[in-house]
Design a protein around this ligand. Structure first.
Ligand code: CDP
Length: 246
């Protein structure tokens, strides 16, 4: 069934879900939701619902996989069978293996793995409900779960996608924009603005590409602020102290 909307942006410049073209979907963050994990985060972003759990650093078994000078990061992105309209087939797929790989690489530049030789840091990102942008939502949740686990990092990582509909760049694609848009470009950045993940589907001109990265970074910076705020609240509540702003 083709349910492609006739127009994605109305005469007032608003998208199908009422957002401005440079507006991200509402995000809520809960930290420390799993008692057995070393760090965890439940994140909702629009209709996406993600649970991230971090275990470690812990000794890596089998030992032959250990790295003598650093910890290994393992990242598993998984869609629950009930997370999508058609049941998602349980177990790894080409898509989930690819997303797990690029997401792990998004964290490798910031996690201070050299502090934990022979260890492993396991990151699990479970998509409970999917509605476009799950890889970026999962990275945002995983970043917080890593911080919650006390893993030393040079900074947080935030991710967002930008795309193109009706010939215009739009930030943080919703489902129809993702399904029927002209381009989809997810990125992840560090706090310093270094890009650690960049993927792209569709077509953009060089000018549009540059503009898209700029727009997407703006989205990521907003997310970084929300991540920091959530962590500050969690840890000041836990310690019952006031943490001053930057
Ligand atoms: O989720 P993300 O945008 O990172 O990845 P995608 O491969 O572009 O998928 C876009 C959306 O399609 C997902 O967020 C899901 O809502 C949906 N999807 C699905 O319904 N069934 C799948 N097996 C994979 C994706």
């Amino acid at each position: 069934m083709n349910d492609k909307p006739e127009k994605f942006i109305d005469e007032n410049g608003l998208r199908l879900d009422g957002r401005q073209i440079d507006e991200i979907r509402p995000m809520t963050i809960k930290i420390g939701v799993l008692s057995r994990a070393d760090g965890s985060c439940y994140l909702e972003w629009g209709n996406n619902k993600i649970l991230a759990a971090v275990y470690g650093p812990r000794e890596l078994h089998p030992r032959r996989l250990q790295k003598a000078d650093s910890a290994l990061i393992r990242y598993r992105y998984n869609m629950a069978a009930f997370s999508v309209e058609d049941r998602a087939r349980p177990g790894p797929s080409r898509r989930s293996i690819e997303i797990s790989k690029v997401s792990r690489e998004a964290f490798e530049p910031v996690v201070m793995t050299h502090l934990y030789p022979s260890a492993v840091i396991d990151v699990f990102a479970e998509v409970l409900q999917a509605d476009a942008g799950t890889r970026t939502a999962a990275i945002n949740a995983a970043s917080i779960a890593l911080a919650d686990a006390g893993i030393p990092m040079k900074g947080l990582v935030a991710a967002c996608a930008v795309g193109k509909v009706d010939g215009k760049l739009v930030l943080d694609l919703n489902k129809p924009e993702d399904n029927y848009g002209e381009a989809d470009l997810p990125i992840a950045i560090t706090q310093d603005g270094e890009i650690t993940l960049l993927q792209m589907d569709g077509d953009l001109t060089q000018e549009e590409f540059k503009e898209a990265i700029k727009l997407c970074k703006e989205g990521c910076y907003q997310i970084l602020e929300m991540q920091k705020e959530a962590l500050k609240t969690k840890f000041s509540d836990d310690a019952d102290i006031d943490i001053p702003d930057d």
